[in-house]
Design a protein around this ligand. Structure first.
Ligand code: ATP
Ligand code: MG
Length: 559
């Protein structure tokens, strides 16, 4: 199911998480404490942005707090590079955490609690291999088989667990498991693993630990330590919730509660960090911030604004069932925001030279251009005009269809901010390709009028040949052709659905005022789209990324 915009069909009522929070506040809860718990094993993507907006947004709405907690329980995959990028991305989105915590801050406490569970006879050290444990877990229809080590004495378990911690055993040789029920209908309850041995350097605790807690054992207890009132996570964790509650109850600690919402999926996009890492490692993209990636740093580089991503998260709403959001909704949001905030400029993408035969040679005139019709405070700039200009080759047709209001032999158009010109002659090369147009201009038409009051319908953009700057533009489209690249046919992988034309680089001519722009500046190239100055820009060459297309009404109509 593709939901374009659920919100529009909905009354502006509370979402189900807001209902839960209001209900808990009405029943004695005094505060709202949420957390955003990323694992620092990759860069954040637009799905995480949804979760960030939700966790920080709910805390803000109800006068509470949101913590940032790095879920750093697997030293093999995690790195400070990711920690730094995650912090940068959250702040860029416009949120500030109340506290910065790390699951690794709680390793001592988690260890003590594990010892407590051993003492209560609720945990044991198992010597089975990972493979044996998996095979003995049973199936949904078949109970599991109890481990031969399940009935070790408390003393033996305490001794072995301590020696696990002290580094006496190699990776994979032992685990600590909760002792629950090997025939439990919820497979997660069949003696879940609490700790495994990993001899690896941790990005914060170095080599102090060689046993690391599993997600199910760590997450609820971390929430409890931080006295999280509403622990919000994605739907796939709903089967984990009873286990989350079980550990908290057995330990008799602060009862945090978990609530699930549907994760964000987008058409033509993969979101799993594992797949994104593959795109980076196979050099299919230039890095985590390649503008075709769904990561926050990539969207930033592409020209997305924090406000547009927040608006998107808001429009998507919170659902209880999985769905796929159309990528065009994200594009709609950035277009709406940039329409209000981006300055207008002229740039010609497929240049066709026009010589204005009755305009004096060597003369330059300057026309005033409004920077942003949506924002008076953006002011004006002047745009040079001369005898030779470039127009878009798609703005000329030799034999135009009816209602074509652009340039054609004998037809007249207005040059944006400037004169009316009329096409008198078409120059072609030996293959019959149009290489140049000869036009005349109406000298009385420079202020938006004409010599005799006549009006023309077409307005086209242009740049002065001798004043224009050459720039590089990178046009991006969907990285995947398939609507759901995660849905793979037999023998294929998601990489078989890549769009070979997801990045097209071309040379363009832009008006000279753009030479002054800085990295990250955003513009609307009139009639072309929204563009953002890329960090690859050098003093010699400006590089633009296309953020999003404008809607082309002509292309729509002529379909
Ligand atoms: P991935 O599957 O992409 O590796 P993850 O869930 O393992 O993502 P975490 O770093 O553990 O990544 O996620 C941090 C938080 O962001 C979690 O609470 C998770 O539920 C949430 N989150 C991750 N992906 C999405 C998504 N697509 N939509 C909404 N929330 C998400
Ligand atoms: Mg995760």
């Amino acid at each position: 199911m593709v939901v374009i915009n659920e919100e529009d069909n909905r009354e502006k009522s509370l979402n189900f998480l807001e209902e839960i929070i209001e209900d808990s506040l009405a029943h004695g809860e005094k505060r709202v404490q949420t957390r955003f718990p990323p694992e620092p094993n990759g860069y954040l993507h637009i799905g995480h942005a949804k979760s960030i907006c939700l966790n920080f947004g709910l805390a803000k709405k109800y006068g509470g707090q949101c913590n940032l907690r790095f879920d750093d329980t697997n030293p093999v995959k995690e790195d400070t590079e990711y920690v730094d990028s995650i912090k940068e991305d959250i702040q860029w989105l416009g949120f500030q955490w109340a506290n910065e915590f790390y699951a690794s801050d709680y390793f001592d406490q988690l260890y003590l609690w594990a010892v407590e569970l051993i003492r209560k006879g609720k945990a044991y050290v198992d010597d089975q291999t990972q493979e044996q444990i998996r095979l003995n877990r049973g199936t949904v229809n078949q109970p599991g088989v109890e481990s031969p080590w399940r009935n070790r004495t408390v003393e033996e378990n305490l001794d072995l667990f301590e020696r696990m911690k002290n580094g006496e055993f190699p990776d994979g040789s032992k685990v600590l498991r909760a002792k629950i029920d090997m025939s439990h209908p919820n497979m997660l309850f069949r003696d879940p693993i609490m700790y495994r041995i990993i001899h690896a350097d941790h990005h914060r605790t170095g080599n102090r630990w060689c046993i690391y807690p599993m997600y199910d054992y760590a997450h609820g207890q971390c929430d409890s330590i931080e006295r999280i009132t509403h622990s919000i996570c994605t739907l796939e964790f709903d089967v984990h919730r009873p286990l989350y509650d079980w550990f908290i109850q057995e330990l008799g600690i602060y009862p945090s509660h978990q609530y699930e919402f549907a994760r964000l999926n987008l058409t033509h996009t993969v979101m799993s960090k594992r797949k994104l890492l593959q795109l980076v490692q196979n050099e299919i993209v230039s890095g985590w911030d390649d503008p075709r990636m769904p990561t926050i740093c990539a969207l930033r580089r592409k020209g997305y604004t924090p406000a547009s991503i927040r608006a998107f998260a808001d429009k998507v709403g919170v659902a209880k069932r999985d769905n796929v959001i159309d990528l065009s909704l994200l594009e709609f949001c950035v277009r709406e925001d940039l329409n209000k905030t981006a300055q207008r400029r002229m740039a010609v993408v497929r240049p066709l030279k026009v010589v204005i035969t009755n305009y004096p040679e060597g003369k330059t005139e300057y026309f005033e251009a409004v920077n942003n019709p949506e924002d008076e405070s953006a002011g004006k700039r002047s745009v040079p005009f001369s005898r030779e200009i470039y127009i878009e080759s798609t703005d000329f047709m030799e034999t135009p269809p009816p209602k074509y209001y652009r340039l054609a032999p004998g037809a007249e158009v207005r040059l944006r901010y400037s004169y009316l010109i009329c096409c008198e002659e078409v120059i072609k090369d030996s293959d019959g390709n149009v290489t140049e147009l000869r036009c005349t201009y109406d000298p009385m038409s420079g202020n938006g009028s004409s010599s005799d009051g006549r009006r023309v319908k077409g307005v086209i953009h242009w740049v002065s040949v001798k004043d224009a700057k050459e720039a590089e533009v990178r046009f991006y489209s969907n990285l995947f052709l398939k609507e759901d690249p995660n849905d793979v046919e037999d023998g294929k992988t998601f990489l078989d659905y890549l769009n070979p034309e997801s990045k097209v680089v071309s040379k363009v001519f832009v008006e000279p005022s753009l030479a002054e722009s800085s990295i990250g500046d955003k513009f609307q190239f009139e009639r072309v789209g929204y563009f953002c100055v890329d960090p690859d820009t050098t003093p010699e060459k400006i590089v633009f990324n296309r953020t999003v297309e404008l809607k082309d009404s002509w292309a729509k109509k002529s379909k």
